[in-house]
Ligand binder design. Structure first.
Ligand code: M6R
Length: 366
């Protein structure tokens, strides 16, 4: 059932090209630059007129929501707030008619996310689901939604659900942008064409994992890790850190790279591995300055970057090369080496990868 892989997590990491292709199938058309999302066609008017969008989720799904915030704000020019579902429900939320909530959940059974959507619904918001498990409670209770079609995810650490969630949010943002006129048809066609190439780009990362395995072997016993990213790479930094914490039991923190100098920089010495996600073009110069700051304090820099980005490769101690793509799609590619890093470290440490201690696949208690 693990299809020849040692763990479900590894199988699911390698399933990502297929999961994303399945997620895109029948929904994107790069010939005429259109996107069809059957589950939300009927509510598109409400989404187009939304004053704001509130995304509610937990854990990895919350991280994909953060990527969604960048996508929706950039492509569809709608204000987005991303809430931890657990916080949203206990703060007398300001949400009501004219607002749209997007509840993101792999399992569709997470208690806090369910409670948040019930709260939003009761206050008159339109509630949409971005869910994997068909017929799950969240899928049933939302007004409309888009399934991510990632297939069953067994490993407790979420991998293919993350990339498929981001894929759905990307399609929603492009579609909304088109309908609102915040992006042109030509731009949408360019975006859709590049989106259709993402599965092959992920495949490329998966084809050769030797460098990431080498890095994993060197740092398996580090007590701490820092992950830094800007813009679309910031949620990826959070996701990389969560993966490492949950399956390797190594303390890790993700930060927006510029926040480093407001505190965490004090942690950096020659013992500290710093994973730098340098995958977005428009923040590259700033990331390079951050890398220099870490270097000056002798931090061990592990960069995730493209082959064109020689400046980063020259500065970093280790670099994992990922294929070039547009900034908006970079999380779909840059998260892959981070999933693999946490996987190989967990295996080296003899951890129970698929069922980490203290964790359940879906958290159905509040
Ligand atoms: O099923 P959900 O997407 O609602 O689950 C949310 C979180 O519990 C989940 O993403 C959790 O953080 C994972 N173990 C992360 O890998």
């Amino acid at each position: 059932e693990k299809g020849g892989y040692d763990h479900f997590m590894l199988k699911e990491i390698f399933e990502q090209p297929k999961a994303i292709s399945d997620c895109l199938r029948g929904r994107i058309n790069s010939e005429d630059g259109t996107i069809t999302l059957g589950g939300i066609e009927d509510v598109m008017d409400k989404l187009v007129n939304a004053k704001r969008v509130v995304i509610a989720a937990c854990g990895t799904s919350w991280h994909s929501g953060l990527v969604g915030e960048y996508l929706f704000e950039y492509l569809a020019k709608v204000p987005v707030e991303v809430e931890y579902a657990s916080e949203f429900r206990y703060k007398e939320p300001l949400i009501g008619e004219g607002d749209v909530m997007i509840a993101i959940s792999q399992s569709g059974e997470t208690a806090d996310t369910l409670a948040a959507l019930r709260e939003a619904k009761a206050r008159g918001a339109l509630v949409l689901g971005v869910v994997n498990v068909v017929g799950s409670t969240i899928a049933r209770e939302t007004d409309a939604g888009v399934y991510i079609h990632a297939g069953p995810e067994i490993g407790v650490a979420s991998t293919k659900a993350f990339t498929a969630q981001v894929t759905v949010l990307t399609m929603m943002a492009i579609k909304l942008g088109l309908e609102k006129g915040t992006i042109t048809k030509t731009r949408a066609t360019e975006l859709i064409t590049e989106l259709s190439r993402i599965p092959a780009k992920i495949e490329e990362v998966l084809e050769d994992t030797t460098e990431i395995q080498r890095i994993s072997n060197l740092f398996s016993y580090a007590p701490n890790f820092l992950y830094l990213g800007r813009s679309y790479s910031f949620p990826v930094a959070l996701e990389g850190a969560l993966k490492l914490k949950e399956i390797s039991y190594i303390h890790a923190e993700g930060y927006p790279a510029a926040e480093m100098k407001h505190g965490p920089i004090a942690l950096i010495d020659e013992m500290m591995p710093v994973v730098v996600i340098a995958a977005t073009h428009h923040t590259n110069d700033k990331m390079i300055s951050n890398i220099e700051e870490v270097r000056a304090r002798k931090g061990r820099i592990i960069a995730i970057s493209t082959s064109e980005n020689t400046e980063v490769a020259d500065l970093a101690e280790f670099t994992t090369i990922i294929p070039e793509t547009m900034d908006v799609f970079s999380p779909l590619v840059s998260v892959i080496p981070l999933q693999l890093l946490s996987y190989y470290i967990a295996v080296n440490r003899g951890c129970n990868v698929d069922q980490p201690r203290n964790l359940a696949k879906s958290v159905t208690v509040e």
